[in-house]
Design a protein around this ligand. Structure first.
Ligand SMILES: Nc1ncnc2c1ncn2[C@@H]1O[C@H](COP(=O)(O)OP(=O)(O)OP(=O)(O)O)[C@@H](O)[C@H]1O
Length: 781
C-alpha cells in the first residue's frame, strides 16, 4: 500500500522525491516511446469521438414526440450527450495516467474515462478508473498482488508522456524497464509537494487504498467520512460522487448530485475536481444558496445563527403558522356590508370553518380554499335564513336557484374576500419569515431577542435564514393550481394556433398543388397540431443540475456535505428533505468544528432521520501538512484533550515552523514584510489573521482587499480562520494566534503544505510557546 510504504519509509525529504534518473537506458527510452505512441493513438480516438459527439448533441436537440415522457427523454439524451462531450473535453491533457500489467499477460491502460476501439469487438483501449478492472491499480500490494506483476504511473504534460514510474509487485519478476520506483510513492509525494494553484486537483492518479475503499463503498445510504485535517476527506467525497455517478449513471444523472460546502470560496476551490473527472451532473452550493431565487448576503451574530439553527425553531414556526389562522374574538364579530344585508362572521362560524380546514391535513396555503369555502357556505346560509324565512313558519321560501344566486353574489363580494384573507391569509415563506423575525414567538425571551430583526424591504437574508424559509415553504405550501391552469391554457392556445397554421397550409395546398403535386406530403400529413404546438414550445435543455438549482422541491440522487459537522439541526432538516432516498456522503472533522456551531455528534445529527442505519468510516493519514507543522498543531488540541491523536503526516519537509513577536504597533508592517519575502512565484501564500486586523493588513499587502470572498487564485490571500476551513496553501502566516479559539487555531495551523510562520504582538498560546521554545530566535524573520 503506498501510504503504508511512505509511512514505513519515515519522513521523505524533497530531494528524495525527484523523478527519473538523468540518463535513461535504451530500454527506458523505448518504454517512453512506446507509451507515447499508445497515448497518441488514444488521443486520435478521443478527437474522433469528440467530433461525433458534438454532432450527436446537435441531433439530440431536435424536438421529438408529443408526450411529456418524450420530452423528458429528449432532454435526458441531450444532457447525456452534452455530458459525454464535456467529459471528452475535460480529459484533454490528462487522459491516461496509469497501466497495470497482469501476471496472465494482459495489460490495461487506466484513465479518467473509458474508451473503446472502433472495431467490431469494441475493444477497450482505456479503462475508466472507476471500473472494477482498474481496481488493482489502487489496491494491489506486494503482499496482495491481485494478479498484477507491475503497476505503472504515467506522468504527462499536455499530450506528451514525460515520466514513467514502475512498481514491481511480483518480486520474483526479473524484468526491469529502467523506470523502477523502489518505494512506489514517488508520484504521490511529487503531487503532495507540487505548488498549489488555488484550485483543488483530482487525486485520481494516486488514490490510496484506505481512500479507495471509501470511494467505492457499496453502501448506498448515508456514509460518514471522518478524519483529521488533510486526510483527503474532501477529495474522497468528490471522487465518491464521481464513482456513484459512474455506477448508477442512469438514476443519478437524472436526479443530479448536490455538493454542499461551507462558503463560495471553498466551492470555487473544489469546483474543478468533478469536471476534470468528466462529471457535470453536479450542483455545488452553499447552504445560503439552497433557496431558489434568493441569495443570502446578510450576516448573523454567532448567537443568532445558533438560535436560528436549533431544532426548536421548527416547532416555533409551525405554531406561528397556526397563529395566522385566526377567528374573531367571541362577541366581536366581523360585519361585512353586502347588498342583500350585512354578513356576520362570528367566532362560532369562523372556528367551525377553521377546524374543518385544518382537518383536511393540508399545508396552510392549500387548506385556505377549504376555509374560504366553508365561510362562503355559512354566509350564504346566513342570508338564506334571513331572507327566505317564512313568517308563517313554513319551509324556507327560497328555491335552489335563489340560493345559488345568493351564493354567487357573496363569493363575488370583495369585502367578503378581504375578511377571509384577514382571518386566513395566503402567505409566502418570505413574508412569513420576515414577519416572524420581526416578532419571534414561542422562544424564550433571550433567544427571541438574539434573532429579532425589523422587517425590511427587500429583506437582508442570511444563510441561517435559508433553512427557516425552507421550513416555512414546507409549512405553507404553494397553491400552484393557478399556474398549472395557466400552463395548460397556454398549451391549448399553442395547439389552437398550430391547428390554424395547419389549416392555412391545407388551404394553400389545395390552391397551389391540386392534382399536379399530389405526391408531395402536406404539413398535416406528417405532423398533428399537438406535436406542432410542442415544437413551438421552448425546449428545456437545462441539465438536471441546472433544473435542480431552480427547484426547491427537487429530490437529489445523492448529496455530499463537506464540513458537515458545522451544519445546524435546521440545516439538516432542509438537506434531508432534498434527499428522500437518504443517499449521502458526509465528511467532517469534529475537532475542527467552530465552537458554537453544529451538532455534537454524528449520532445526534443522524439518529432522528435514520436510527442507526448509517455507516461511519475514518481516514488516518494526513497528506497535506508536513510532520513538523502537525506536531505544533496537535499540541494545541492536546492542551484541551490530552488523549488527542492527530492523523500521521505522510511526509516531512525538514522545515520547522517559526514564530516572531513584534511590538503591537509594528504588527501590520511585520506581516507585510514577512509576506513580501515569502510570496512564492509558483504556489500560494495565505495570511490568516483575526478579522479585526484585516483592514490594516490589507492596506499593506499587495493586491489584497479586506472583506468579501477571497480570490484563491492570487499568490497572496488574506483570510479569517473560518474562511480558511477546507483550503490549503504552500505557505501560511498566522497572525495573532492567541486570538483564535482552539478549533479555529487548529484549522489555521493545518493549512500549509510547505511552511508555517506565526507573527504576534500578544503572547503566544502556551502550547505553541512550549513546542516552539528555543526556535523563535533561530527561526527566519
Ligand atoms: N491520494 C492522494 N493523492 C494525492 N493527493 C492527495 C491524496 N489524498 C489527499 N490528497 C491531497 O491532500 C490535500 C488534503 O486533502 P483534502 O482537502 O481532501 O483533505 P481534508 O481531509 O478535506 O482536509 P481538511 O479537513 O483540512 O479540510 C489535498 O491537496 C489533496 O489533493
Amino acid at each position: 500500500m503506498h501510504t503504508e510504504k511512505a509511512l514505513r519509509r519515515g519522513l521523505s525529504t524533497k530531494n528524495e522525491i525527484t523523478g527519473q534518473g538523468a540518463v535513461l537506458s535504451n530500454r527506458g527510452s523505448a518504454e517512453l516511446q512506446h507509451e507515447q505512441e499508445y497515448l497518441d493513438r488514444l488521443y486520435t480516438r478521443v478527437d474522433a469521438l469528440r467530433g461525433r459527439t458534438a454532432s450527436a448533441v446537435r441531433e439530440a436537440q431536435q424536438p421529438e414526440g408529443s408526450t411529456q415522457q418524450a420530452r423528458v427523454e429528449r432532454d435526458v439524451r441531450v444532457a447525456e450527450r452534452s455530458g459525454l462531450l464535456a467529459a471528452l473535453n475535460a480529459v484533454d491533457g490528462s487522459l491516461c495516467f496509469g497501466r497495470i500489467d497482469r501476471t496472465d499477460g494482459a495489460s490495461y491502460h487506466i484513465g479518467r474515462i473509458g474508451i473503446r476501439e472502433d472495431d467490431t469487438e469494441r475493444t477497450p483501449v482505456l479503462i475508466d478508473w472507476r471500473a472494477p478492472v482498474a481496481r488493482p491499480f489502487y489496491l494491489a500490494t506486494g503482499h496482495t498482488t491481485m494478479g498484477l506483476r507491475r503497476r505503472r504511473h504515467l506522468t504527462t504534460r499536455g499530450r506528451t508522456v514525460t515520466e514513467i514510474h514502475d512498481e514491481l509487485l511480483d518480486l520474483g519478476d526479473e524484468e526491469r524497464t529502467g523506470h523502477e520506483d523502489p518505494t512506489g510513492d514517488a508520484v504521490l509525494l511529487a503531487s503532495l509537494d507540487a505548488a498549489r494553484t488555488g484550485r483543488m486537483n483530482d487525486i485520481v492518479r494516486t488514490i490510496q487504498a484506505e481512500q479507495d475503499r471509501i470511494i467505492r463503498a457499496p453502501h448506498r445510504g448515508v456514509l460518514v467520512v471522518e478524519g483529521g485535517p488533510g486526510t483527503g476527506k474532501t477529495a474522497v467525497a468528490l471522487h465518491r460522487a464521481a464513482f456513484l455517478l459512474y455506477e448508477h449513471r442512469e438514476s443519478l444523472a437524472r436526479r443530479a448530485v448536490l455538493i454542499v460546502g461551507p462558503n463560495p470560496a471553498f466551492l470555487a476551490y473544489i469546483g474543478e475536481v468533478l469536471p476534470s473527472l468528466g462529471e457535470t451532473g453536479v450542483l455545488l452550493s452553499t447552504l445560503g444558496e439552497l433557496y431558489p431565487g434568493l441569495t443570502a448576503q446578510g450576516t448573523d451574530t454567532p448567537r443568532a445563527a445558533v438560535v436560528k439553527g436549533r431544532e426548536e425553531m421548527a416547532e416555533a414556526l409551525r405554531r406561528a403558522v397556526r397563529d395566522r389562522q385566526q377567528v374573531p374574538e367571541p362577541g366581536e364579530p366581523l360585519v361585512v356590508p353586502h347588498d342583500d344585508g350585512d354578513l356576520v362572521i362570528d367566532w362560532h362560524l369562523a372556528d367551525e370553518a377553521r377546524e374543518a380546514a385544518r382537518a383536511a391535513g393540508l399545508q396552510h396555503n392549500l387548506a385556505r380554499p377549504h376555509f374560504a369555502f366553508r365561510v362562503l357556505d355559512a354566509l350564504t346560509a346566513q342570508l338564506v335564513e334571513r331572507i327566505g324565512t317564512d313568517p308563517y313558519g313554513g319551509p324556507n321560501l327560497l328555491g335552489a336557484d335563489d340560493v345559488a344566486q345568493l351564493g354567487k353574489a357573496i363569493a363575488a363580494n370583495p369585502d367578503v374576500h378581504a375578511a377571509i384573507a384577514d382571518l386566513w391569509p395566503e402567505l409566502t415563506p418570505e413574508e412569513f419569515v420576515a414577519d416572524y423575525l420581526a416578532d419571534p414567538v414561542y422562544l424564550d425571551e433571550r433567544d427571541a431577542e438574539a434573532i429579532r430583526r425589523p422587517a425590511t424591504e427587500p429583506a437582508d437574508w442570511t444563510a441561517a435564514d435559508v433553512p427557516l424559509l425552507d421550513e416555512a415553504a414546507e409549512l405553507l405550501g404553494v397553491d400552484d393550481s393557478a399556474q398549472r391552469a395557466a400552463a395548460e391554457a397556454g398549451r391549448q392556445e399553442r395547439i389552437a394556433y398550430a391547428e390554424g397554421v395547419l389549416e392555412v397550409a391545407r388551404g394553400s395546398e389545395s390552391y397551389e398543388f391540386e392534382d399536379a403535386e399530389s405526391e408531395i406530403l402536406g404539413a398535416h400529413d406528417v405532423i398533428d397540431a399537438e406535436r406542432m404546438a410542442e415544437r413551438h414550445e421552448e425546449a428545456d435543455h437545462r441539465t438536471a443540475a441546472e433544473r435542480a438549482a431552480a427547484d426547491r422541491t427537487w429530490a437529489f440522487g445523492h448529496i455530499v456535505v463537506d464540513e458537515a459537522q458545522e451544519l445546524s439541526p435546521m440545516a439538516w432538516r432542509l438537506l434531508m428533505r432534498r434527499c428522500p432516498t437518504r443517499s449521502m456522503t458526509l465528511v467532517g472533522d469534529p475537532v475542527q468544528t467552530g465552537e458554537e456551531a453544529g451538532v455534537g455528534s454524528w449520532d445526534g445529527i443522524l439518529r432522528p432521520y435514520l436510527g442507526d442505519r448509517w455507516e461511519h468510516t475514518r481516514l488516518g493519514v494526513n497528506y497535506r501538512t508536513p510532520a513538523e507543522i502537525m506536531e505544533l498543531a496537535a499540541a494545541v488540541v492536546r492542551a484541551r484533550h490530552p488523549g488527542f491523536a492527530p492523523p500521521s503526516s505522510v511526509r516531512s519537509t525538514g522545515t520547522r515552523p517559526w514564530a516572531r513577536q513584534v511590538p503591537v504597533g509594528e504588527l501590520p508592517a511585520a506581516v507585510a514584510a514577512s509576506a513580501a519575502a515569502r510570496i512564492p512565484e509558483e504556489g500560494r501564500l495565505a495570511v490568516i489573521a483575526p478579522r479585526r486586523l484585516h483592514e490594516a493588513l490589507a492596506a499593506r499587502l499587495p493586491g489584497v482587499v479586506a472583506g468579501g470572498e477571497p480570490d484563491l487564485t492570487r499568490h497572496l490571500v488574506l483570510l479569517g480562520p473560518r474562511q480558511a476551513k477546507g483550503l490549503e496553501f504552500d505557505r501560511v502566516l498566522v497572525v495573532e494566534p492567541g486570538e483564535f479559539g482552539t478549533s479555529d487555531l487548529y484549522v489555521a495551523l493545518t493549512r500549509a503544505t510547505q511552511s508555517l510562520g506565526l507573527l504576534h504582538a500578544a503572547p503566544l498560546p502556551a502550547p505553541l510557546a512550549e513546542v516552539l521554545a528555543g526556535e523563535e530566535a533561530a527561526g527566519p524573520a
